[in-house]
Structures are given as C-alpha cells and as structure tokens.
Design a protein around this ligand. Sequence first.
Ligand code: NAP
Length: 503
Amino acid sequence: MTELLPNYAAGRWQTGSGPGTSLLDPVLGTELVRVDSTGLNLPEAFELAREQGGQALRKLTYRERAAMLSAVVKLLQSHRDAYYEIATANSGTVKNDSAVDIDGGIFTLGTYAKLGESLGDRCYLLDGEAARLGKDPLFQSQHVLVPTRGVALFINAFNFPSWGLWEKAAPALLSGVPVIIKPATSTAWLTQRMVRDVVDAGILPAGALSVICGSSVGLMDQLQAFDVVSFTGSAETAAVIRSHPAVAQRSVRVNMEADSVNSAWLLPDMSTDSQAFELLVKEVVREMTVKSGQKCTAIRRVLVPQAHYQAAAQAISARLAKVAVGNPRNESVRMGSLVSRAQLVAVKDGLAYLKAQATVLHDGASVPLVDADSAIACCVGPTLLGVQDADGADRIHDTEVFGPVRLIRRGQGSLVASIYGEDPANLATAALELADSHGRVHVISPDVAALHTGHGNVMPQSLHGGPGRAGGGEELGGLRAINFYHRRSAVQASTSVLSQLAS
Ligand code: NAP
C-alpha cells in the first residue's frame, strides 16, 4: 500500500480513518500516494483556525505578516526540486509547465510579501479620507478596513496545486486571516507537501494554515458569518457552493473562479504578413500547449478576419505539428499529460461535441506519443478546430474544452481576451470594448512583442477573475486582493476620535 498522506487540521497531523483515494501518475498509471479526510473533526479544525490562528495573525502588523510570507518564499525555494518531482509524477507536466504552477506560486507569494511591506506597522487600513456628515466639521465619517474575524476556506481545482494555493493564501495571510485549503483530490499531493513543509518549519502561528485532502463533504457546513470561501473549479460545483446555506443564508462571502472560453482576436486592419498576425499565431500555439491546455486562462477561441481563415489555420497547424507529446521525463517532449483518465475522457467527449459544428484543422488524436503507452497515458495532442460561420456555431462559444466583439461577448464573460494589432488607438478602443466582459484584456502589439507577459499568465499585479460564466470573482490585482479578507466599516465620530485612527 502507498503512503496515506496526513491532513493538518486542528493544529496537528492526522490521517483519515478510511482506505483513502489513490493519486495516480497520469503517464505511467502507477499509484503514488493516497488521501483521505474520513473521520476528521471538522468543527474542531475550523474553530482552532478561526480562534487561535486568527487571533495570532491579527496581533501582527502587515509588515510582520509580510516578513512571514518572505520566510515562506525562502523555505519553498529550498524545496523546489521535491516539488518538481511531485508535479512530474502526479500532474504529468513537463518542467516548463511545472514552473508555471510552482515558481508562479512562489513568485506570487513574493510579490505579496513586498506589497505587504508597503502597508507598514499597522493592523488595519484606512479607506479614503474622512467625510463631513453635516455643516459642522466636528462629526465625520471615516471608512476603515479591518481583517475579517473568520477563516478562509479555499476549495481548489486540480490544475494549479501550487499557484492555486499561494495566490489565495498570500493575500489572506497578509490580511491576518487563517487559511484552510482543500485541494482537488487528483493532484492534492503537491499542495499537501508544500503545507507540510511550511507547517513543519514553524513559520506561521498555530492554526494559520491547515490542509484537508480528500472529500469535500461537510466543509461548507462549518462556515460561519465572518468566514469567507474562495472556490476555483467547474461551473457545476460553483453553483452547488453558491446555493449552500452558508452562502445563501449566512451571507458567507464567496469568490468564484469558474470556467471560461477565453479568446484571442486579430483586429480587422491586420494582414497575414503583419507582425501582429505572427504574434497571434505564436501565442495561440503557446496557449494550446502549455499545461496541455489545462489552464483556466488558455485561449479557447481564436477570431480572425474571414479573409485570413486559411492562412491562420495553416500557420497555427504548422507550429502545432512540431510539438512532441508524451512522457514529461523525456527531454524532447514539450507537452506532457492531462492530469487524469477522467480529464482525458472529458477532453475527448468535448472534442466530439465541438466537431459536430466544426472542421478539424489539426488533429491531435493522431499524434504519436513519445515514451508513453497510449493505452495508459492520459496524453492527447493539441487539436485545432475551424468554423467559417462563427455566428452559427453556438457550441464553440459555449463549450470549454479546454469575430469581432459581439462574438467574443458570446463567451458570456471570460477571464481574459487578447487583442493583436498595431494601431494604438484601435487597440485601446478594442480593449475598452472588451473590458466589461473580461477580468483582463491583454493587448499585444509589435512594440511589446518581447516584453509582454503572455495571454494566459496570471500576474499578481493584475486582476484575475471574470464576470458571468467565469464565476464573477476577483482575485489578485495587487493590494486589491486584500479587500476580500477585510471588512469595510464606516466609523462616525468626532474628528479627535478619528485622528486616533489615522495615527
Ligand atoms: P471541480 O470538479 O468543480 O472541482 C473543484 C474543487 O471542488 C475540487 O477541490 C473538488 O474536490 C471540489 N468539489 C467537488 N464537489 C464539491 C462540492 N459538492 N462541494 C464542495 N467542493 C466540491 O473542478 P475541476 O475539475 O477540479 O477543475 C476544472 C475547472 O476549473 C475548469 O473548468 C477550469 O476552467 C476551472 N478553473 C478555473 C480557474 C480560474 O481561476 N478561473 C483556475 C483553474 C481551473 P474533489 O477534487 O475532491 O472532487
């Protein structure tokens, strides 16, 4: 039997009492470890985090909490090799793709450590200036932001076991709010290992960071009025969480990051020999292949002027044909595996569904695998589908398998859209057109060809999340992220009282 990973709950390591769920190597099919949360005393775990963890964190200033985050960064960096090994084994990712998750997570944490430093030696924040409430200036209103006195429950998706943890935990811990993370079961190992390293190093106060792996049953039931829950995953599970009594009746604050049919758009004034065309092709291929397309921000729809349809199809297909797919341990492989058999089935089903309305321009199914047995490995080549009548193909706009604005908007709200062009005025106009339906608009012009951070890369300085089908959530965006973990209150008092708050 493989190791049953312990959970860290109520300030101690404890294994579940059940046999556990096996985590598998998606390339080799072998069992790696098991996870289980059966029998954990969840009320005790939430209470300890809320009371002990919360109190200890709130006693610290932002600067002190930022220093803690810096210490976590250093610790995680010292264990990077172990994390890469786990990612290869459990997520089937090539080194560059593991980096997006592992180093991306550490970078985000480091960014919040620096941002937190700038908040100084305070335990709460002032929000704007004091405002007069009447003619006499003596009685005024000052908004303050104070850390919520609850716990932050994170329910995460399988595709980012590291980044998904730290992009949420960094602003929460900086705000003084304890964290309980429940990673997606299939890839929970990396999250569990990172938490284990941090807990064992004793960097955080007791109860500040807990990890519960395995079933989600009962977690939402623990949430109380001042707790928050941040969910990343499918639209179906998001709907279940939204309708849970904790959210619907107890007003637990919730942030949702769900699925998204992100798009890339070549502006109509661009020719096929423009640099913008070339940049679009390159970015689309990168987005289709990084993490085998299992990135929430990946480009799912490419919109080009009708006249460029064939040229775009050929240029993208030519690059995709050079991508070696298979065992991430083989140096020649550029695209590893999907994370599980279930995902492989979902991708195949999704493709079949889309193919009913689209033409196959580059067929990933026929790509031979490198060093991997197609009967076992959850690998699939990148597939490019084409549609000439984009208005008539509703499935393309509605289905996340992983022209113009009106068409992009048919995604019903997305995390990110990228725009390719050369004229600054046209690009700026297009960006504003898309801003209301996207959490992020990534504009690529020749002057930033070598500088831009990538359509799919979520930078901690920029907002992550999107309206409508994307979940309606907001994460990151620099210090904006800490709003979720603070409560805003208007203190109405005499100017002498308010001056105490400002000191
Ligand atoms: P999922 O099946 O919805 O699972 C997400 C998480 O919810 C997992 O931890 C899962 O636990 C848990 N869960 C399942 N049922 C639950 C319930 N009834 N109550 C509470 N928690 C429950 O999603 P997934 O398949 O892991 O993730 C893929 C989706 O996530 C894709 O659509 C992708 O676009 C989206 N995603 C979005 C973002 C973003 O930032 N917007 C980022 C990454 C992924 P178990 O694993 O134990 O079932």
